[in-house]
Design a protein around this ligand. Structure first.
Ligand SMILES: Cc1cc2nc3c(=O)[nH]c(=O)nc-3n(C[C@H](O)[C@H](O)[C@H](O)COP(=O)(O)OP(=O)(O)OC[C@H]3O[C@@H](n4cnc5c(N)ncnc54)[C@H](O)[C@@H]3O)c2cc1C
Length: 285
């Protein structure tokens, strides 16, 4: 199948892109890396009358890291973020998660902000943004607003972005001092979307675990974040059981809901142990 007819627009600035989205409000879609949108167009699952292609908006091709965190602009490809040493130092979960996103060819083209805008609960970065309490900044003709991750993901493939809004950047706060992180997932084949994935951030002080939060993908309509500190302090198996009971997966062609619940429990322990090992002061847990 071929896409339904559309008019292509090639803005050169954010202002032009935003004004095109306002002009064709509700009729236009942003085209970033095209790795999700183009298949949807080809299958006619979406039929926008206008495509606002932001690939010529060079001001959006940026990754900035400082003590506060990593800000990824809308045209930065997954691969660029994955390879960015400063971003890795400030927020290691970005590289840890991006290594699991599809294949390198797709990461060469797909954008990290596009992946968040796409809001697939199987997307690795959705769980990372939620776990880090990150934000997405959106611009429209009406102005700019910053949306917290907790308010950004509304459901499968549904974000809080209005049709006339361009997500200009996403901010991933820096890893807390003294913390360690890890990302693990299970997919049927290397590069497939995960059946279940877990991002973990652990904090160890004076040899004792003082914090453990995990972010989950592919087990609910939106990325899920759990604070497992007390459960883990009591017994790691208690944390695993809490994760198993908290997720709300569906059965599909790839796995049953029960199997996904099982994975959530197993991967919680695996991710937590790796995150604890990555803490500068490891505990005996
Ligand atoms: C075979 C295959 C396997 C994949 N596996 C994975 C995987 O394991 N994990 C994973 O996370 N992803 C996976 N992906 C998706 C990939 O990560 C995409 O790059 C990503 O989901 C979308 O990014 P994009 O830049 O390609 O966006 P596009 O495809 O261009 O756009 C996707 C959607 O987001 C909107 N959008 C994009 N950018 C913006 C913006 N700045 N502002 C507002 N709206 C915007 C578009 O209008 C569209 O609705 C896979 C893709 C393929 C083809």
């Amino acid at each position: 199948m071929k896409p339904a007819p559309f008019q292509w627009h090639g803005p050169r600035t954010v202002a032009e892109a935003v004004s095109l989205l306002a002009e064709h409000d509700g009729q236009a879609k942003v085209l970033a890396g095209g790795q999700s949108l183009v298949p949807l167009l080809a299958m006619r699952l979406t039929q926008p009358a206008h495509l606002v292609d932001i690939n010529g908006v060079t001001e959006l091709d940026a990754v900035r890291s400082d003590a506060a965190g990593v800000t990824i602009a809308a045209l930065a490809r997954h691969r660029r973020v994955e390879r960015d040493e400063n971003a890795f130092r400030v927020q290691p979960l970005l590289r840890q998660a991006l290594a699991h996103v599809a294949h390198p060819t797709i990461r060469n083209r797909g954008t990290s902000v596009g992946s968040l805008a796409h809001a697939d609960p199987a997307g690795e970065l959705t769980a990372v943004l939620a776990l880090c309490d990150g934000t997405v900044t959106a611009r429209s003709a009406a102005g700019t607003r910053t949306i917290a991750a907790a308010d950004f993901f509304l459901g499968p493939l549904t974000s809080a972005l209005a049709p006339d809004e361009l997500a200009v950047s996403a901010h991933f706060p820096a890893r807390p001092a003294g913390s360690g992180s890890a990302f693990v997932e299970i997919a049927r084949r290397n590069g497939d979307y995960a059946l279940c994935g877990v991002a973990a951030v652990a904090q160890v002080d004076d040899g004792k675990l003082t914090g453990l939060r995990c972010g989950y993908l592919s087990v609910a309509d939106v990325p899920l974040v759990l604070d497992l500190t007390r459960a883990w302090q009591a017994d790691p198996q208690e944390a695993a059981e809490l994760a198993r009971r908290s997720v709300d997966p569906v059965t599909d062609l790839h796995a049953t809901a029960d199997y996904r619940r099982h994975l959530a429990a197993v991967l919680t322990v695996r991710a937590a142990r790796q995150a604890i090992s990555a803490c500068p002061q490891r505990s005996a847990a």
